[in-house]
Ligand binder design. Structure first.
Ligand SMILES: *[C@@H]1O[C@H](CO)[C@@H](O)[C@H](O)[C@H]1NC(C)=O
Length: 206
């Protein structure tokens, strides 16, 4: 099957998703948005591992994403102290986070394929995942270039394609009826990629 046919559907889908979340976040004033995202944070256990003095600008950007907690946990430790906290700088950190988490997933997948397996299908699933992860790693430079020349279309295409790669990896396990050993990392990857798409489509004026 030609995966390229799926990309436009994904882009439209995420356009829709992000527009919906943006309209919710926009009503009725920006101060409401902030208190909304803050109360969302307080209710989560992950809050305790976050620094208590999260920059309000970062809180606002992450508060407008679908997964604010993941947005904060994957960016806060890596922010340049003197750098401006604007959507494009957060996007760049998220792109690094996608890259790092994908490499972590490759290591995990190799580890699991070395272990004596209960299913002969597991190594085959993992092989597909490793190929898909490698494609994500290879897309990084194209993403960085798209950001630097302000090519929003290319950027959403690449991010959507990366999302498909992660879903396709999980589908391998589903089809083989094996519990995915990398479900948690894949879920985190999907969340960071979704957040990156929202930042890229809704917040950056290219
Ligand atoms: C990604 O990994 C590199 C190298 O280990 C590190 O310098 C960088 O801070 C990490 N960035 C993120 C966002 O995880």
């Amino acid at each position: 099957m030609d995966m390229k046919h799926l990309i436009p559907i994904f882009v439209i889908f995420f356009f829709f998703m992000s527009t919906t979340s943006a309209s919710v976040a926009l009503a009725p004033s920006s101060s409401d948005t902030q208190s909304f995202s803050f109360s969302k944070l307080e209710g989560d256990q992950t809050f305790s591992i976050l620094p208590t003095d999260v920059d309000p600008k970062l809180q606002k950007i992450c508060g407008e994403t679908d997964y604010p907690i993941e947005c904060l946990t994957t960016t806060v430790p890596f922010l340049d102290e003197n750098g401006a906290i604007i959507p494009v700088s957060i996007l760049k950190v998220e792109i690094d986070a996608i890259h790092n988490k994908t490499k972590e997933a490759i290591d995990k997948a190799y580890e699991f394929s070395m272990n004596p397996s209960t299913s002969r299908l597991l190594p085959l699933c993992l092989k597909t995942c490793i190929n898909n992860y490698n494609a994500i790693v290879e897309s990084k430079q194209r993403i960085v270039d798209a950001i630097s020349i302000g090519d929003a279309n290319e950027l959403s295409m690449e991010l959507s394609h990366n999302m498909e790669h992660v879903f396709a990896c999980e589908d391998e396990f589903k089809e083989a009826k094996i519990k995915s050993p990398i479900a948690e990392l894949n879920s985190l990857l999907v969340k960071i990629i979704t957040n990156s798409l929202t930042i890229c489509v809704d917040m950056i004026k290219f």
